[in-house]
Design a protein around this ligand. Structure first.
Ligand SMILES: Cc1cc2nc3c(=O)[nH]c(=O)nc-3n(C[C@H](O)[C@H](O)[C@H](O)COP(=O)(O)OP(=O)(O)OC[C@H]3O[C@@H](n4cnc5c(N)ncnc54)[C@H](O)[C@@H]3O)c2cc1C
Length: 300
């Protein structure tokens, strides 16, 4: 089974094994079995922040499809780790007149991926960045040590594009979000404005598949601006190109390989270092290939 259709980049070869975990119990079981047998595995959400190698992944890919949206009280919603934040969870919360998640409209992510990333976007007046940690109340996780337990927001040690999930092999099973009452019209106005903002700056995912920003933010400067200043907007390698409106995004122009994307990443890194002295660090994760950090030995 090729992994390309399971990613927003639409790039990547097959996994040796693919398992779709449709409940928290199935996700716990799959991860536990892989850990016990020492099988190299990768936990996949909606594949919006990864580049899968052309040769695929020589191990077990566990796709988190844990569903379920349950309102525990008026403002507290529990969602499975595999629920799509947009449209599913956000549309449902807006319909109930609850705000806090609506800032992240238009961003492809599962709930688990959103906690991994500490999903973020600009506030409606654009004066600050909103983070999903602000509405997270608790989550049920399977710890690296194999314990299934509920943890509070502090456990995640959230930062910009960062959480404990980058540093520990914990798995999110479900998450509870505390959402405030906001008039539905107000929510819809923010949603419209944010979608318009994205539309003006970001590639349309259906026409130009991508993984969002390739490089981490450089405080006060912006990775995209540095790449742009080096004249790299619009550069093409094979089927991949640096997006003409946003230089921190590489798009699949049709038939791109992971090698094409890596070539552009290397070009941007080397050029920016040479011309500005700044070191670009990738934000996206690599699945398969030399930079893959997935745990455990390969399936033999
Ligand atoms: C067009 C586009 C625009 C974007 N815009 C933004 C933006 O404005 N703001 C922003 O913050 N991000 C943005 N992103 C990045 C992306 O949406 C986020 O990183 C998203 O949270 C990734 O979620 P995912 O489910 O796709 O995770 P994946 O890409 O599948 O996985 C990412 C990581 O999360 C881990 N993971 C997944 N599920 C779990 C789980 N249940 N438990 C533990 N770890 C898990 C994976 O193992 C992997 O390491 C954008 C991406 C795209 C393609």
């Amino acid at each position: 089974m090729p992994l390309a259709p399971l990613t927003t980049f639409r790039i990547g070869g097959p996994a040796a094994l693919l398992y779709r975990a449709r409940s928290a119990d199935e996700l716990v079981e799959a991860v536990t079995v892989a850990r016990t047998l020492g099988v190299r595995h990768h936990l996949l959400g909606s594949g919006a922040n990864i580049l899968v190698d052309d040769a695929g992944f020589p191990g077990l890919v566990i796709r988190s499809e844990v569903g379920g949206i349950e309102w525990l009280d008026e403002g507290l919603v529990r969602a499975g780790a595999g629920v799509q934040t947009f449209p599913d969870l956000i549309v449902e919360s807006i319909r109930r007149g609850r705000g806090g998640l609506h800032h992240y409209v238009g961003i492809p992510s599962t709930v688990g991926g959103a906690l991994w990333q500490n999903l973020h976007f600009l506030s409606p007046d654009r004066s600050r960045t909103c983070f999903i940690e602000e509405v997270l109340e608790s989550a049920e996780i399977l710890t690296e040590e194999g314990e299934r337990r509920r943890v509070g927001v502090d456990y995640f040690e959230f930062g910009y594009d960062d959480s404990i999930l980058h540093h520990r092999d914990d798995v999110v099973l479900t998450a509870d979000f505390r959402l405030e009452a906001v008039p539905e019209e107000e929510l819809r106005a923010v949603v419209r404005e944010n979608l318009r903002w994205r539309d003006d700056r970001h590639p349309d995912l259906w026409l130009y598949p991508s993984a969002g920003s390739i490089f981490k933010k450089i405080e006060g400067i912006g990775a995209g601006r540095l790449i742009d200043e080096c004249g790299l907007k619009g550069h093409v390698r094979g089927g991949a190109g640096i997006f003409h409106r946003h230089a921190n995004i590489v798009v699949n122009l049709g038939g791109a390989s992971s090698a094409d994307v890596r070539a552009l990443i290397d070009l941007a890194r080397e050029t920016v270092l040479r011309e500005t002295g700044h070191e670009l660090e990738t934000e996206i994760g690599f699945v398969g290939g030399p930079e893959d950090r997935s745990a455990r030995s390969p399936i033999s």
